[in-house]
Design a binder for this molecule. Structure first.
Ligand code: GLU
Length: 324
């Protein structure tokens, strides 16, 4: 009897130690790669999701798991790169440049470890206004209740720059609220806000959904003040929100745009960055399906608007593709 028990104990101990050692081996091999994205109702989040799917389906090493993390967006994401709390980050090209160069008032110090991978698609500055708020131009925002972009967003910087081109500041607004993107939409819908700034891909859920629920319009940003704006901040390009993009908005609306780009921390290893970039560009059909605006993504356009030095692996890939 005693002998039986000790054999059993021995067998159990053996099984346990085997299970433990193989799970440590697994845990060691499993590698999580994070992409700091943006608003769940924006476009960075579906973009990061699409990159994570093509990476999962195409990387040879099945232990690499790419995950998308939501955030306030561009400024927050650059800070996550600075502290190495993310591997990749999606952010606006203007904010990437401000981060790399340590623009005062936005970044405490230069984010010197941020590197470019590729520019993705244009993001339009879309100021959504309630049609009953009596706002026809940027000047009319004076005294109004406005969502100026979430904390950590690039949107807030665009909002300040655009207001300043019209001789206004946040202090001239009736209320300047830093809400999340979904809160901004909710507040617009229930009349707690008159307008909300979103720097985001045309067709983003946050605006589409708002325009189906209330009478909302996109505010035109045009005229000579825009030329001054572009002179001072050359990352802006003149663009239009195509008529029909949202319910109740049949005509084209002039505005400006910046570029969304993928960035990475400098010390992420070359082969990993290379294989993710390659998986992305070899499966563009799948990326294109994730959001209407992602059709603008092409390897030929990867450097249009690139505002910071490239990661060596991105450089290698783009050289091979003949883009560099
Ligand atoms: N461009 C936005 C920002 O940084 C984020 C847009 C998104 O999440 O798609 O403010």
């Amino acid at each position: 009897m005693l002998k039986k028990i000790s054999i059993l104990t021995f067998a159990l101990a053996l099984a346990l130690s085997f299970a433990l050692s193989s799970s440590t081996a697994l845990a060691k091999k499993r590698r999580f790669v994070s992409i700091a994205a943006g608003w769940v109702t924006g476009a960075y989040f579906p973009m990061a999701g699409a990159i994570s799917r093509v990476a999962f389906n195409n990387l040879q090493d099945k232990n690499i798991k790419v995950t998308a993390e939501s955030s306030g967006a561009s400024v927050a994401n650059a800070n996550l790169i600075a502290t190495e709390n993310t591997d990749f980050a999606i952010l606006q090209n203007d904010i990437a440049s401000y981060a790399y160069n340590g623009k005062k008032g936005i970044f405490d110090e230069p984010v010197s470890n941020i590197r470019g991978v590729a520019c993705l698609y244009p993001e339009h500055i879309q100021v959504v206004v309630r049609k009953d708020a009596g706002i026809e131009s940027v000047a009319d925002l004076k005294g109004k209740r406005v969502a100026v972009g979430p904390i950590g967003s690039g949107t807030t910087e665009n909002c300040k720059q655009i207001l300043s081109a019209w001789g206004l500041s946040l202090d001239d607004l009736g209320e300047a609220q830093q809400l999340t993107a979904s809160q901004s939409a909710d507040y617009l819908k229930d009349g707690r806000l008159d307008a909300a700034f979103f720097t985001v891909a045309v067709g983003a859920a946050v605006i589409k959904d708002t325009a189906t629920i209330i009478d909302a319009a996109i505010l035109p940003i045009s005229g000579p003040r825009v030329d001054k704006l572009i002179e001072k901040y050359p990352f802006y390009a003149k663009q239009k929100v195509a008529g029909g993009s949202y319910k109740g908005n049949p005509d084209d609306v002039p505005t400006v745009s910046v570029m969304a780009m993928l960035s990475v921390r400098e010390n992420l290893d070359d082969d990993l960055v290379y294989s993710i970039v390659k998986a992305m560009y070899s499966n563009l059909d799948q990326i294109h399906k994730a959001h209407a605006k992602f059709k603008d993504l092409s390897v030929e356009g990867a450097l249009d608007g690139m505002s910071i030095p490239l990661h060596p692996a991105a450089e290698r890939f783009l050289k091979e593709e003949g883009v560099l």
